[in-house]
Design a binder for this molecule. Sequence first.
Ligand SMILES: [Zn+2]
Ligand SMILES: [Zn+2]
Length: 512
Amino acid sequence: MKWFESVARKLLERKGLQVIETGTSISGIPHIGNASDVIRGDAIRKALLEREADVDFIWVADDSDPFRKIPKGMAGLREYLGFPVKDIPDPEGCHGGFVDHYVEEFLSDLEEFGVEPRPYSATELYMCNAFHEEIETVLDRSGEIIEILNRFREDPLPEDTIFWSPVCENCGRIASTKPTDIDGLRVSYVCQDTEISGGRVKGCGFQGESDIREGKGKLPWRIEWAVRWKHFRVTCEPLGKEHASAGGSFWTSRIISKEILGWEPPLPVIYEFFTLNGEKISSSKGNVITLGDWLRICEPEVLKYFMYKRLNKQRDIKLSSIPSLVDEYDRAERIFFGMEDGDTKEGRMYEFSQIKKPEKLQVPYTLCAVLSQVVSDLNPDEITKRLERQGYVDYSRERLMKRIKLAGEWSRRYGPGCLKFRLIDEEKAEEVKKQLTADERMVLRGIADELDKDLNAEELHKRIYEISRENGVKPSMVFRALYNVLIGKNRGPKAALFILSLDTSFVRNRFK
Ligand SMILES: [Zn+2]
Ligand SMILES: [Zn+2]
């Protein structure tokens, strides 16, 4: 069984509605790492549905958190450090605010991945006083909660800790307010200087009162999480390893949920995080890839497949290696369609990554990257004709055309030099010709003669070597000549495959 199937089986030991909660911090640009939480939650949802369970799948935008770090390239937002993220303006000016802009983008991109959780905003939940029952319990039993939290802390919390972070009525910041007293549901506070990860936040000195029922503030994270579980009756929570380390928030929230709020805590599904090009994904450092970025270079199913692999292994998304990721996905596709023997789990992962009814493609991504650059206007008939020459006949044309566009975009942005090229014109080719030896020209003419023989890539590859030897030219020199004549470079895509992807009469004339 794949992990999502074992999770579903385990969940069903608990009776009633299954509620999978996912969530994303919006204090930076939501990226692929954030999406993995939701995309993996969706696999659990599907596995539960297969077992005919009632499932609710929710997503909460953590938009009442303080803005702690400035995303790279958004220095204009510096003055909003310490504000609830919900109150930061949209840096692009097209939405009501930063949160609206990125949440709308994130959710609509997720839809392209076939993932549609029911979305909530933490700010709106506080504003409509949705958690009033749970908050009353939290306040009534603050003493016990302090004791629970202290089990995990080196510096114990003072006995008079008040679990409410008010938004300052005067300056609008949330990071800088310090609660000083509580009377029923009214919390007095003072706004003072404070230090957060992104720098120092100045308090305005204001002293005010925050009525919890009005929702202008929030609970501390470890308590809020437990409150949400109780409120939404959450039974399953996928979470990143950082929350599940020893003393991590999950373990505290779990005790609060069970002992204070009386809700059996959700089953955790703990996953390792993703890195991007070998580095931590971070909006403040600018090392970010969003779902939207992915959709411009690769099929959504491939990323889902990648995310459905084992959870307890840290994975790197290396943008220059997208083709090998796609090759792996294509192999799972062959297993799914029974074209190749292999681990049935691969087939299941493939099946769970699908958004629509699965259709075969099996035209390598790298070949699509080449075709995208050599077929004028991406004419579908011409592409079909050239693929047929290489033995590709049975595939979904719609998927093919999509992959060609994506692979083309990928090679322009992230592809290696040998996959980025332009065919050179006659005039330039004339110049190249002058630099070739008589023997090299002889070999190219020889290759031109092979082009009418209906050879596949492997056969043509063999013939290039044979003709080189027959003429006493080193194959490496022949490849060099061949790429120079076609694209004016010393290197390029695999030669035989490349030649067969081009218009035959063009190559013939050029080589002759
Ligand atoms: Zn906008
Ligand atoms: Zn203030």
